[in-house]
Design a protein around this ligand. Structure first.
Ligand SMILES: [Cu+2]
Length: 333
């Protein structure tokens, strides 16, 4: 008999929570969820020099199988860029000499044609620069838009840029950076996964990635907080095609900025947030009860295909809020 799907989900979460780092020699493509700059402190507008490099490299996608990724700076997602409204950004995009493809960058935080895509098209070994001013606060996706854009995104070329509102965001204990994407691949039978353009055109992903890999933010790459800590999640969808239904199993999100509209009031007490490809959200939460919490796309078939991250909350139990034990656990009889 097949296990009940929910039992399988619980088993996946338990497995992911305790899992050691991927036991594969392939390079780690995953950007850790805590790999983002601290909040800005400058009081007046400043100019940021940002240098990104398009790098094509093999990385571990799933269960020891490698995939040829296209990245900004060698990992997926690309670096978390952080500026303040009114700041100027001088952005240089270099394309590594050993690349096979042209690349560029379209940042949704840019006001101007192509979001920068037209002025950053670079052949392997080239670089190009442009300047822009961050006019509107928000959390924005950036991505490669070189033809075929869906292919460049599916292969890993996306990231987030935060334009902080005037005065910044309220301080929290933890900030996390997570992006979901789809990968369209087929196995070559020799431990490698090869991109499958038919699947891409049919919008039929073989894998879902959290920060670049199947269940990328689990095991030793899980997020960690203490019970009672305030946490803010910057979540974006690279896509290229699928809207995520972001859900944190066992925790109600305290505050949500739908579509990452940081200048509008947040919603409170939200269960699931819809995040379209090329879109983002900012959510804040505090755990009251210790345990392992699964961050998923609640289109739950995708959890089996990889759309799972884990946040571990440590601290004292709160039996008034939650009291129970696994009826089949070791101490149940
Ligand atoms: Cu590209």
């Amino acid at each position: 008999m097949r296990p009940h799907p929910l039992a399988r989900l619980a088993a996946l979460v338990a497995l992911a929570a305790g899992q050691a780092a991927a036991q594969t020699p392939a390079a780690d493509i995953v950007r850790r969820a805590d790999d983002l700059p601290a909040p800005l402190t400058a009081k007046s507008p400043r100019t940021h020099q940002v240098r990104l490099e398009a790098i094509e490299r093999d990385g571990a996608l799933s269960d020891g199988q490698t995939y040829r990724y296209w990245t900004f700076n060698g990992r997926t997602p690309g670096p978390f860029l952080r500026v303040r409204v009114g700041d100027r950004i001088e952005l240089t995009l270099a394309n590594a000499a050993d690349s096979q493809m042209m690349h560029n960058i379209d940042l949704h935080a840019v006001t101007g044609p192509g979001g920068g895509g037209g002025v950053t098209r670079v052949y392997p070994g080239e670089s190009a620069s442009f300047r822009f001013k961050a006019l509107a606060p928000g959390l924005y996706v950036y991505h490669c838009a070189e033809a075929m854009a869906a292919q460049h995104i599916a292969n890993g070329m996306y990231g987030l840029i935060l334009v902080e509102p005037e005065g910044g965001l309220p301080p929290v204990d933890h900030e996390f950076y997570v992006m979901q994407g789809e990968i369209y691949a087929e196995a070559d039978g020799e431990g490698r996964l090869i991109e499958d353009l038919d699947r891409l055109l049919e919008e039929r992903p073989s894998h879902y990635a959290m920060n670049g890999a199947v269940r990328g933010l689990t095991g030793e790459r899980r997020m960690r907080v203490r019970v009672g800590d305030t946490a803010r999640l910057y979540f974006g969808v690279g896509g290229p095609n699928k809207t995520a239904s972001l859900h944190l199993i066992g925790e109600i999100m305290d505050r949500v900025y739908p579509n990452a509209a940081l200048t509008d009031a947040p919603l409170h007490n939200v269960q699931t947030v819809s995040v379209p490809p090329g879109g983002a959200t900012v959510v804040e939460f505090t755990f009251q009860v210790p345990g392992d919490y699964a961050l998923v796309d609640h289109a739950l078939t995708r959890v089996d295909l990889g759309a799972l991250a884990v946040i571990q909350a440590e601290g004292p139990s709160s039996p008034e809020v939650f009291d129970g034990r696994d009826p089949h656990g070791p101490h149940s009889h």
